[in-house]
Design a protein around this ligand. Sequence first.
Ligand code: B12
Ligand code: SF4
Ligand code: SF4
Length: 319
Amino acid sequence: MEDAELNEEVRERMRALGFAKVGVARAEALEPEGEQLRAWIAEGRHGQMDWMAQTADVRADPRHPGMVEGALSVVIGAFPYARSAERVGPDPGRVARYARGRDYHNVLSKRLRKVVSWLRELGHEARFSVDSRPLFERAWAERAGLGFIGKNCCLIVPGLGSHVFLGAVVTTARLTPDAPMKRRCGDCRLCLDACPTDAFVGERELDARRCISYLTIEHEGPIEPELADRMGDWLFGCDVCQDVCPYNRTALPDPAATEPFAPHARFEGTDCEDLIAMDEESYRTWSEGSPMRRPGQARIARNARIVLANGKRALPLVD
Ligand code: B12
Ligand code: SF4
Ligand code: SF4
């Protein structure tokens, strides 16, 4: 297949799989992002996410043997998940929008595997990542011109907003890169000021140890009372710094495009007390196929206790 034809076809295939925006970047060492990542880890801002530190070298260069040796291109797509403000799950107790339906790792991996197989049939090496391999996905999305990284660290696609998942294919195929886009936050700082736990240490700099998303999903063990008090009713993840962003005041995508991420009906009718009372096995059944499975019952029960305690103190809930 001629280069020009391959270029168009890979984008076309990604779009046909539901990626609303697709771009390509040249595979090379990420600088300055690689250095920023190492500095972030050296400051301990990754908290207990040891896997971030262990894989920093691969994340900084997709041509590392841990990703795709000899890679020439990174193809990356943005897959929208924003639905109408349907709430699901316990009340009180809020679940971030990305986690209300099926697990995006499963949904997107299945689709990207098809692109990988096709590239391999053509004789190219290829591997995909949906937050499933050590690839610095936001940095590649920005380089490939999908959008820009806002002060809230999220990849924002103008016209679509930041409620998008990223999925990438790293390949030895030589594809034509797209041009990156300028950052468009201007003087706005709504996200930085709205964060309930003051997790931003600067523009586009997050201390994960203070982020509710990290605390509710990744952090093992007790949560410091100073932070727990500010978690409001977030049971799993947090959307505050995206909800305040003007770029998310866009029309919702066609519900058919985000169908896999429609809220799970089975989450209705379960309250915080139920989650606290569940054993690990029943929690695994309840959270099957959902991103909520990751933290396991003990962490979810810890979060549920915080939500209930915060409700009793009648804290102003963030919304
Ligand atoms: C670790 C991780 C987390 C951690 C840490 C988040 C973070 N900001 O790093 C926690 C658990 C907190 C988290 C939370 C969330 N995450 Co997350 N997460 C990841 C993961 C696995 C790695 C991200 C990473 O590399 N972090 C390292 C730091 C250094 O990266 P960064 O902050 O993005 O750094 C950029 C800039 O901030 C800047 N920078 C960094 N340091 C410095 C220093 C200076 C001086 C300057 C100027 C700039 C600068 O440079 C970097 C590159 O441009 C990716 C998947 C992947 N494999 O990439 C998903 C991913 C980033 N997460 C995702 C999502 C959806 C979320 C949440 C929205 C979920 C939620 N609702 O609860 C929140 C958003 C929180 C936020 N505001 O960032 C999506 C993002 C989609 C998007 N549109 O951006 C990803 C890409 C998964 C996916 N495949 O879709 N996440
Ligand atoms: S996800 Fe929530 S806690 Fe984390 S930085 Fe954004 S607003 Fe702050
Ligand atoms: S809220 Fe404002 S500063 Fe934050 S990401 Fe959106 S546009 Fe940028």
